[in-house]
Design a protein around this ligand. Structure first.
Ligand code: ADE
Ligand code: ZN
Length: 333
């Protein structure tokens, strides 16, 4: 049995495995410019965030119907459950689909169909977080929020993703204020490639409750002190940081330094189909590369539930935390 954990930084489109991409391409009559799954995998050599995003958005062409989104989410839940995930807060990028003519309702209802059965089928509770693309205009984000209004019962919060450099959080002040007034939780990617100033803006201008990535916070001791003081969770994605060259190797990853600084860090997979592993694989990889102790792994798992948006269901959070506390690493092997 795997260590119980929550996954808080996972783009559902980033779980599109080559095999499913080709199956959907065939079903939907979409032609992909790759000879097959192995040929596609050879394209997974990224030099930075943008080089990944180019492929990530291009492959989304195969996602067209509600069933496609259901299948994608169901495949993720199957894999996540096998790696100990008990709760997942899942990002999706509506603008990447509406721009291709796929209605937002198709996307949300397709995903929700799988997620609503997540608990019964896979033992995984879920929430959905709608991300705005920060390299698109803020007006488009506002239109997206408006278009999502009939489906808000499926959505727990909003996030901000895509190309970070040159696209600071401040531009999204109004749409985040509107999201808050609709009762949505708020998170944002910041400090993945962008400077510490973007993390300050996400906190102080957007009012986010969690920072996605937050790696570059370490460059600013005052910011670290603020994040520690307020126990702001950072959803760190070590395999992603290596593949997108934010850090050279996993051995160089500052995860341990972040924990030692008193930051509330969690470990996540980001886009597991592209970055070489799901969240359980990521735990194993950091354990090896950074020589983390069992108690440090347990702390990361505890953090994941502490940082989750389970405030409406504290009993469930307590149950998950109790599972972490009683987890026997030695029995698990
Ligand atoms: N969209 C999917 N993965 C992302 C990442 N790591 N950073 C920003 N946007 C993303
Ligand atoms: Zn991400």
């Amino acid at each position: 049995m795997a260590l119980p954990k929550a996954e808080l930084h996972l783009h559902i489109e980033g779980t599109l495995e080559p095999e499913l991409a080709f199956a959907l391409a065939e079903r939907n009559g979409v032609s992909l410019p790759y000879a097959g799954t192995e040929d596609l995998r050879t394209a997974y050599l990224f030099s930075d965030l943008q080089s990944f995003l180019d492929l990530y958005y291009a492959l989304m062409a195969v996602l067209r119907t509600a069933d496609d989104f259901t299948e994608l989410a169901d495949a993720y839940l199957t894999r996540a459950a096998a790696q100990g995930v008990r709760h997942a807060e899942i990002f999706f990028d509506p603008q990447a689909h509406t721009a291709r003519g796929v209605p937002i309702g198709t996307v949300i209802e397709g995903l929700a169909h799988a997620l609503d059965r997540g608990e019964e089928r896979h033992g995984v509770s879920t929430q959905l977080i709608m991300c705005f693309l920060r390299d698109e205009p803020a007006e488009s984000a506002m239109e997206t929020l408006d278009a999502a209004k009939p489906y808000l019962h499926h959505i727990a919060g909003v996030g901000l993703d895509s190309a970070e450099a040159g696209h600071p959080p401040a531009g999204f002040r109004e749409v985040y204020a509107a999201a808050e007034s609709l009762g949505l939780r708020k998170v944002a990617h910041a400090g993945e490639e962008g400077p510490p100033a973007y993390i300050w803006e996400a906190l102080d201008i957007l009012g986010v409750e969690r920072i996605d990535h937050g790696l570059r916070a370490l460059e600013d001791p005052e910011l670290v002190a603020r994040l520690v003081r307020d126990a702001v969770p950072l959803t760190v994605c070590p395999l992603s940081n290596v593949r997108l060259r934010a850090v050279d190797t996993l051995e160089d990853h500052p995860l341990r330094a972040m924990m030692d600084a008193g930051l509330l860090v969690t470990v996540n997979s980001d886009d597991p189909a592209y970055f070489g592993g799901y969240v359980g694989d990521t735990f194993h990889a950091v354990r090896e590369a950074l020589a983390l102790s069992q108690e440090q792994l347990r702390e990361l798992a505890r953090n994941s539930f502490r940082a989750s948006f389970l405030d409406h269901d504290e009993l469930r959070r307590e149950r998950y935390l109790a599972e972490v506390d009683s987890y026997d690493f030695d029995a698990a092997g």
